[in-house]
Design a protein around this ligand. Structure first.
Ligand code: CP
Length: 344
């Protein structure tokens, strides 16, 4: 199968609410289209696959990366995105999520939303007739997960098989941790959540990871034993206070996580792997969950990871906009035409 061919010609579901709803082959389709389109655009190519298509971006929470990457993706693909910032529309005050979903679905071609509660993204998907993409809920962060997997592929340790790769998520089991657990195990790698017992990844996610292990290989575990750091290929962390919880006083969360779970030079050395890469979904609280020396080190993949949010969003809007296959065919034709011209 060449890189222009998809296993699934169309999505098996209308919406992208949770990576756990999709099998490995479909996630790989999304990643493949994301990578091919990235290379094409970076090589100077232009695409119009979403000409005249409109994405509504509904935010109940603040965002830098998710907002800018989706808006840029739509512009680069010939479409348009409308930013509906927190508090900017009738939602909440005078209108329900269900009615908002119906209305946005009547006017726009796709909806992306960052919601306070996961039930809201499920309601949007249920009531909108158009594709709905989850831009983060209190449960999962699936668009982050696609970008993260592309980043892991970009920084793949030379000569290693998936079953030999260890990805460790350090600290609080946020929604980013849940999605990473699903994605890493879905790709047949080994996943560890290394964090305190009172911020441990939910058993539900360990069960999802272990089910993936049965199908695709790899392992999935939680531990508070620092021995787990040995042999890590990727160390990943997120902020220590839940963005969705009532603001936790700093003294409280520092007591739980600091200094044991701070990703610093000592922790990176404890991996025993000079090539171990550091990842962070960002934004980071420098000096808390990660030190400047790690975030700004040559081993930090965090900035590539941020850029890959855009790589992933292009793939997602093309795939769920049902023009991924046509776009890959177009790029293939353009490439073949160029190659033929060069030979003449
Ligand atoms: N990682 C992430 O989702 O970033 P934003 O909150 O800035 O969108």
């Amino acid at each position: 199968m060449d890189k222009y061919t998809l296993t699934h010609k169309q999505p098996t579901r209308k919406d992208f609410v949770d990576t756990a709803d999709f099998d490995q082959s479909e996630i790989m389709d999304i990643i493949r289209v994301s990578q091919v389109v990235r290379d094409y655009i970076k090589g100077g190519g232009y695409l119009n696959s979403l000409f005249h298509k409109v994405l509504a971006m509904l935010f109940e929470q603040k965002s830098t990366r998710t907002r800018v990457s989706f808006e840029t993706a739509m512009a680069q693909l010939g479409g348009h995105a409308i930013n509906l910032a927190p508090g900017a529309i009738q939602l909440g005050a005078h209108e329900t999520i269900e009615d908002t979903a119906v209305v946005l679905g009547r006017m726009c071609d796709m909806i992306m939303s960052r919601v306070d509660r996961h039930e809201s993204i499920e309601a949007l998907a249920k009531y909108a007739k158009v594709p709905v993409i989850n831009g983060m809920s209190d449960k999962v962060h699936p668009t982050q997960g696609v970008g993260d997997m592309i980043t892991i592929f970009d920084h793949w340790p030379e000569g290693k098989k998936a079953s030999e790769i260890k990805v460790i998520f350090v600290g609080d089991a946020t929604q980013v941790c849940n999605t990473l657990c699903d994605m890493v195990t879905k790709m047949g790698m080994n996943f560890v959540h290394y964090g305190p017992a009172n911020h441990k990844i939910a058993d539900e996610w360990l069960a999802i990871g272990r089910k993936n292990n049965e199908k695709y290989g790899g392992t999935c575990e939680w531990t508070d034993n620092p021995e787990c750091l040995k042999g890590a290929d990727f160390i990943y962390t997120d902020v220590w206070y839940g963005l969705y919880d009532a603001e936790t006083p700093k003294e409280e969360y520092m007591k739980d996580f600091y200094p044991k779970y701070q990703v610093n030079d000592e922790m990176m050395q404890a991996t025993g792997n000079a090539n171990c890469k550091f990842m962070h979904c960002l934004p980071a609280n420098r000096g808390e969950e990660v030190t400047d020396s790690v975030l700004d080190s040559p081993n930090s993949a965090a900035w590539d990871e941020a850029e890959n949010r855009l790589t992933a969003q292009r793939g997602l809007v093309l795939y769920f906009g049902r023009v991924a296959e046509a776009t890959l065919n177009y790029i293939k034709q353009q490439k073949e035409g160029k190659n033929a011209e060069e030979k003449i």
